[in-house]
Design a protein around this ligand. Structure first.
Ligand SMILES: Nc1ncnc2c1ncn2[C@@H]1O[C@H](COP(=O)(O)OP(=O)(O)O)[C@@H](O)[C@H]1O
Ligand SMILES: [Mg+2]
Length: 400
């Protein structure tokens, strides 16, 4: 199924294009906007999730391709087709320069349209789909740092590891992940998306997420415990299936609630990061949470215990913590109030504002542990000769 966005300056011509698309026999989902190429920017968001953009504007001149150029710059995989009356040489050159793949004139050649659609569909199914790894972040008690870790990991994977990342805020109380990521309200929340789940497709998901970086989207939490309680596991299932196809990494901020929806998220996660602190209440709750994970049948390797705000002088040291929890600590992150507060006040992620701090480095290491770096394809002999020395990742073992 390919997503097509049609911009047409004429309600009379558009049906002819639609007919040619249907004759192609290629499964597609079509959205149409009636406007000129100059008004293309108003549909930037919807265009971003399309595979093919068709611009039908008979009056288009070579100087009016700015919107097309911008759309193609934002989505390099987007295929753009112009439909014009009789394109001038200047328009043809300008169109090709901005990245338009085809310029077709009226009457539309059905064979040409079908060839383009077949090509895009084949390219999409031959590997455009991503197989996103889903990791949930949970804790037995508020204030452990679950949100801070999830938000900064998401940033670090998107900005420094060049992964396409989605953070889903599933915390049931007063969801705050989107607040930590941008100083603006999200276009929609998880509960808004669930209320339109029957129409769920790539375009709707794209319209509901807040883009905070070219590679990073956030699906804001319900923001209200009553609304959060209305979410259903089957709704989340559909969102996760689509998210896996469209992102390399999907992070779910579970928060502290265990209910049918959060358990569904945990069941369908590739790994669970359980955040604890060195304090009796976290120990007690953490142990209980790990027992529940065992009862749910999760293999021990699926759950990674992370100690946040680690203090090597605390009464509850790592051996005590591991003994009580009956699990090994996979990683620990230091306390750094100064950098955390500064990042919060400046509305920037700590992994960039305090890039060299021990906390930011620890978060990056956690990212490598949860999303192991993708192996480079094998190089030929010359490639190996000129390859840079590989960097050996530092050990992730906790220092006892
Ligand atoms: N490693 C850390 N060093 C200093 N402050 C931290 C650290 N981790 C979290 N915090 C602070 O602790 C508070 C709770 O963190 P938060 O991520 O909201 O926890 P949770 O989501 O588990 O309730 C926040 O004010 C956060 O900035
Ligand atoms: Mg939280």
């Amino acid at each position: 199924m390919i997503d097509i966005f049609l911009i047409s300056s004429s309600a009379e011509r558009a049906p002819h294009i639609v007919a040619r698309l249907e004759e192609s026999g290629v499964a597609h989902c079509l959205r149409t906007a009636y406007c000129t190429a100059r008004q293309l920017r108003t549909h930037a968001r919807a265009i971003r999730s399309a595979d093919l953009l068709i611009v039908d504007d008979v009056d288009l001149s070579a100087h009016e391709l700015d919107g097309v150029e911008e759309a193609l710059a934002c989505s390099p995989a987007l295929h753009c087709m112009l439909v014009t009356q009789a394109p001038s040489a200047a328009l043809l050159t300008a169109a090709m320069r901005v990245g338009v793949r085809q310029v077709l004139s009226w009457p539309l050649d059905a064979y040409k349209v079908a060839t383009v659609l077949t090509h895009i569909a084949a390219k999409k199914s031959a590997g455009m789909r991503r197989a996103g790894r889903v990791v949930s972040f949970a804790s037995c008690k508020g204030g452990s740092g679950t949100t801070l870790i999830a938000v900064n990991l998401a940033w670090s994977l998107a900005a420094l590891r060049d992964r396409r990342v989605l953070l889903i805020d599933l915390s049931q109380q007063f969801a705050d992940a989107s607040l930590l990521m941008a100083n603006k309200p999200p276009p929609a929340t998880l509960s808004d998306l669930c209320s339109r789940i029957d129409q769920l497709d790539a375009a709707l998901l794209d319209a509901c997420v807040m883009r905070v970086h070219a590679n990073l989207d956030v699906l804001a939490g319900a923001g209200d415990p009553l609304k959060a309680a209305e979410l259903r596991p089957e709704q989340l299932k559909q969102i996760l299936t689509l998210a896996r196809e469209r992102y390399d990494a999907v992070l779910i901020d579970i928060g502290q609630s265990l209910n049918s929806v959060t358990i569904h998220a945990l069941d369908h996660s590739d790994a669970i990061c359980m955040v604890v602190r060195q304090n009796l209440l976290y120990l007690h709750g953490g142990r209980r949470m790990l027992d529940i994970f065992k009862e749910l049948g999760y293999p021990p390797g699926k759950v990674r215990v992370v100690v946040n705000q680690y203090d090597k002088n605390a009464c509850i040291n790592l051996p005590t913590l591991e003994r009580t929890l009956g699990a090994t600590v996979a990683h620990q992150l230091p306390r750094d109030e100064k950098q955390v507060d500064e990042a919060l006040n400046r509305s920037v992620p700590l992994v960039t504002s305090a890039h060299d701090s021990a906390l930011a480095q620890g978060i990056r290491l956690l990212g490598d542990m949860l999303w192991p770096p993708i192996a480079e394809p094998r190089k030929g002999m010359l490639g190996r000769l000129f390859a840079a020395r590989p960097t050996v990742p530092p050990q992730l073992k906790p220092g006892h």
